[in-house]
Each structure stands twice: as structure tokens, then as C-alpha cells.
Design a protein. Structure first.
Length: 380
């Protein structure tokens, strides 16, 4: 842990009321000591560009050759380097539907990495499944799906205290609403995804405590003017956030603009849904026990089904600004909004906040990533 006191200057700071500047932030150990507008006479780092909290990725299956369902110490080190290079300081390793023994092994691994020095923080694991709809399996194997069960998920929550922070499920399946009640009461963020749910079924889930949609539009009933489904319910519900894979493959630019306009930055979340091939130049990769082929800039199963992405959080940010989203809003979608959803109350450029920051140039490319008050990555 850092113990020094030093100053970072920037042309703009991402504050709660938008981008302001010039300004500088004083770091003391792993915390922010002060945030000031103006120009410091002798900053330790003049980042120019924009200084913001580091990015938080709520849905990522792997990166840099590391599949989070089967991680190794060597692979996770490469993944950490990649995340830091792309501005991500905290994340939820995402485990797709798999046999219970494999889920337990991955959970055990990440329980041991929740506080690795100089690495992105594990804010908790995202279980994407196994309570999903077969008709909307996407890249999941339906053979690994289970009926919603309080007993099943309760055992895992008890075994891995505080580790499971997000669960994606299909709310139309018998027993799902009771599981939503249970998870919400335990402080788990419930997401609706991989689902055939109607508008009414989805609204029932939101009214029971679900507060997020997993990769909106993808792996769910399509929006229809007489049956709006999950998409219509998510756009209609004021307290629900929409996760977007802004790689320009999963979603058309117009859709990104429309969702951001309707939901605003407060209820729009940028996620990568990246898999092990992210950050690598390879023709194939893995997602759990399946091989995927990289085609047209995206990973796909043999039948053409999209299987995650190759997206990074900084690229998602640039794509959102590229389709017309104001930079301050796009930054909020990658920082404050996911932090609020997870109940992380020490993220942000405020005195007492965590010194987990990112410096971006004028093109929104990562110049420097700071973790616990120390430079973890710096662009040469």
C-alpha cells in the first residue's frame, strides 16, 4: 500500500456535477486527500487530458488469455496487466453456466484474489446463470442450466461469504421471483438476462428487486410494439440500469444513442462481456468448455452465435463518445453508475475516496492508471 502524498494535475476532472477544470487531486496513501480546481504550482504528475475514477467492469469473462472460469496464477497476471492498461481498476469476474465443481473452483480462486496488491480489485463475482432460459442460451450450454433454487444459490452464498455480488437470471422460469426476493434481501445485485420474459414478467422481477439488465437486447426476447419484453420494461422502469456492450457489433450506434438518451448516464452501464481473447491477436479462444472463433472482430460459436466480445472499457468509452454521447456521461457509465449499483461508496474524485484513478488523453485513450495511490500503468 502506498504511503506517500503526491499531486496529479489535469485539464479536466470528472466530478459529480460533470467535467470541471483545470484541477488537481492530492493523493495520500491509498486515499484522495483533496480535490481542487485550478493549477498546482508543482504537481508530481501533469496528466493533462482528463482525470477520472478508474473504470469498473461488471461483466467480463476473461482477458489476455485468461478464462475466468478456469484461471491460473500465470494467466491472471496477464489479465491484470491488460485491465490496467485499459483503465479498469475494479471488476466482477463473470462465470457463465457451468458444473458446480467448476464454479466452486473459480469462486475459490477469486476469493483469494479479492485484495491483490497493485491489481484491479475484485468487487465480487458475477454468476451469469445457471437460472437461464434455454430459448435464449446464447453461448451458454443449456445442459448446465438449473431450475431457480434458493437452496442451491443459498449454499454458494454461505460458502463464499460476500463474494457473489451479481446474479443474472431469467425471471419467467418457475421459482425465479422467489430467488430474486432472496438475493435482493442478501444484498446481491440481480440482473435480468438470457430470457424470454414478457414485459409483465420482467416488470414483476423489477418490482421484486432486480435492478439491472444483462447486455440489453442480446439474448432476450426482441422488442415489439405489442409486446415490449425485457427491453421495453427496462426502458420504462425508472430505477433499473441497462448494461450495454458498446463494441458496435452487439448493438447498432443508433441503439446506443437511444438507450443513453432514455435511461441517462445514471442508469446506463458500460460492460465489456470480454472473453479470454480480449487483448490478443488470435483466431480462436475459449469460453468455459467451448471453443470460439474470432470473426469480423467478434468471437462466435460455430453456428455464428456471438460469444462475448473483444471489447475493453476504454474502447467502450470511445465508442460511446463516438456515437454522440457527451464525454462526462460516457465516463459516468463506466465509473459512478456501476459503483452505485454495487454499493461501492468510496469511488469518485472526492476527499476520502479510493485513489484508484485513470488519466485519459484528448482522444479518451489511457495515459496512466493509478491503483491504491501508486502508478500501476503508464503509457510510454
Amino acid at each position: 500500500m502506498s504511503s506517500r502524498r503526491w499531486v496529479v494535475q489535469a485539464e479536466q476532472l470528472l466530478l459529480s456535477d460533470g467535467l470541471r477544470g483545470p484541477g488537481f487531486v492530492t493523493l495520500d496513501g491509498d486515499r484522495i486527500a483533496a480535490v481542487d480546481l485550478g493549477v498546482h504550482p508543482r504537481p508530481d504528475l501533469d496528466g493533462r487530458g482528463t482525470l477520472a475514477p478508474g473504470f469498473i467492469d461488471l461483466q467480463i469473462n476473461g482477458a489476455a488469455g485468461c478464462d475466468f472460469l478456469q484461471p491460473t496464477e500465470t494467466d491472471i497476471a496477464a489479465a491484470y496487466d491488460y485491465l490496467l492498461r485499459t483503465g479498469t481498476v475494479a471488476y466482477c469476474p463473470t462465470l457463465i453456466s457451468a458444473p458446480l465443481d467448476r464454479l466452486r473452483a473459480a469462486l475459490t480462486f477469486f476469493a483469494g484474489h479479492a485484495r491483490s496488491a497493485g491489481a484491479p480489485r475484485v468487487l465480487g463475482v458475477h454468476l451469469e446463470g445457471p437460472f437461464l432460459a434455454r430459448a435464449r442460451a446464447g453461448a451458454h450450454r443449456p445442459a448446465h442450466f438449473l431450475p431457480p433454487s434458493i437452496e442451491w444459490i443459498g449454499r454458494l452464498l454461505d460458502e463464499f461469504q460476500g463474494l457473489i455480488r451479481v446474479v443474472t437470471l431469467a425471471p419467467e422460469i418457475d421459482g425465479a421471483l422467489e430467488v430474486i426476493d432472496f438475493l435482493a434481501a442478501r444484498g446481491v445485485l440481480v440482473a435480468v438476462g438470457h430470457t424470454e420474459a414478457t414485459y409483465d414478467q420482467t416488470m414483476a422481477a423489477f418490482n421484486r428487486g432486480a435492478r439491472l439488465t444483462t447486455h440489453l437486447f442480446n439474448a432476450m426476447r426482441p422488442y415489439h410494439h405489442r409486446e415490449p419484453g425485457v427491453v421495453g420494461a427496462a426502458l420504462d422502469h425508472r430505477e433499473v440500469a441497462c448494461g450495454l456492450i458498446a463494441d458496435l457489433v452487439h448493438l447498432h450506434p443508433a441503439v446506443l444513442r437511444q438507450v443513453a438518451t432514455v435511461k441517462t448516464a445514471r442508469h446506463t452501464v458500460l460492460v465489456t462481456d470480454a472473453l479470454a481473447a480480449a487483448g490478443l491477436r488470435v483466431g480462436s479462444s475459449t469460453l468455459g468448455d467451448q471453443t470460439v472463433t474470432i470473426s469480423d472482430g467478434a468471437p462466435r460459436l460455430s453456428d455464428g452465435t456471438l460469444a462475448g466480445s473483444l471489447l475493453s472499457m476504454d474502447r467502450a468509452l470511445r465508442n460511446m463518445t463516438g456515437v454522440g454521447t457527451p464525454p462526462a456521461d460516457a465516463l459516468q457509465m463506466a465509473t459512478a453508475t456501476p459503483a452505485r449499483l454495487l454499493g461501492v461508496d468510496d469511488a469518485g474524485l472526492v476527499p476520502g475516496g479510493r485513489a484508484d484513478l485513470v488519466v485519459l488523453d484528448h482522444a479518451m485513450r489511457v495515459v496512466c492508471t493509478i491503483v491504491s495511490g501508486e502508478i500501476a500503468h503508464r503509457q510510454e
